[in-house]
Ligand binder design. Structure first.
Ligand code: GLU
Length: 257
């Protein structure tokens, strides 16, 4: 058992960008502000952040390379340091330190890489440094790719024995029908054996710029909850959403066993 509570927070590309695909400083600021508050409460946080590809597009605009895989490699490797510069400077403003931890799916298989990652996360957390994880998009292609960063977040949560995983997306949570219909309501709580996949609407399955949609989020949320890690899907654009979840307010959808 860990003495301090541990939370993994995953932030998706759609949360941190506007419709013109530009990174939203105020969203990142509120995210960091909340993490700072959690630290004051002795809660340890690992942030899993997408956004490198979109940050690369912000810098480069259109490029000549046509191969989708190579485009992703170029955009992400250019964008990752830009994204980290945002985080570095905001964490610095709050008197906190952060670190970049990139990984491919292979790193999570049993063996030396996994051990090295555990040592890295544990050492950073022990030093009071916030690890910021992302897929190592520069080298993770095909076999070594995660399905999306939700999968990475789930694997990190398991790796560090987290108590909770919060997946921040651009939706309030899981609805029991189409969001535009009158009788549709948000589900506050779901158990892993409930058939909630049937509620996912074809029209709202995608997540725009990010890879993971609602269907894969439910799968990840259920799999993670089944490992006794309480998992939430919530709206990352809602101010102080993480703190509201910790205070037990009915925001997002909670997945439990
Ligand atoms: N690793 C990608 C990025 O930082 C995002 C992957 C995903 O959308 O889940 O841009």
């Amino acid at each position: 058992m860990n003495e301090q509570k541990r939370i993994v927070v995953k932030v998706g590309t759609n949360v941190m960008t506007n419709k013109d695909n530009r990174i939203l400083g105020p969203v990142l600021k509120n995210l960091v502000e909340q993490i700072a508050t959690l630290y004051e409460q002795d809660i340890l946080v690992v942030l899993v952040s997408s956004g490198s590809a979109i940050a690369g597009k912000e810098i480069l605009g259109e490029i000549s390379i046509k191969d989708p895989s190579m485009r992703r490699q170029v955009y992400s490797s250019v964008g990752q340091p830009r994204m980290m510069r945002h985080y570095y400077s905001i964490f610095h403003d709050y008197g906190m330190r952060c670190a970049q931890v990139l990984a491919t799916k292979r790193d999570f298989s049993p063996g030396l890489h996994r051990e090295n990652m555990i040592n890295c996360y544990e050492s950073l957390l022990a030093e009071g440094i916030i690890p910021i994880a992302n897929e190592d998009d520069a080298v993770s292609v095909t076999m070594s790719m995660f399905s999306d960063n939700d999968e990475l977040a789930s694997l990190v949560a398991e790796l560090i024995n987290a108590d909770m995983l919060i997946i921040l997306s651009d939706t309030e949570g899981l609805y029991n029908g189409h969001p535009d219909h009158k009788n549709t309501r948000k589900l506050n709580s779901v158990q892993v054996d409930e058939d909630v996949e049937k509620f996912v609407q074809q029209s709202v399955k995608g997540e725009g710029q990010g890879r993971g949609g609602m269907e894969s989020k439910i799968k990840i949320a259920k799999d993670t909850a089944a490992k006794n890690i309480t998992t939430y899907i919530a709206n990352g654009k809602r101010r102080n959403v993480i703190l509201d979840i910790i205070e037990g307010k009915p925001v997002g959808t909670k997945f439990t066993v």
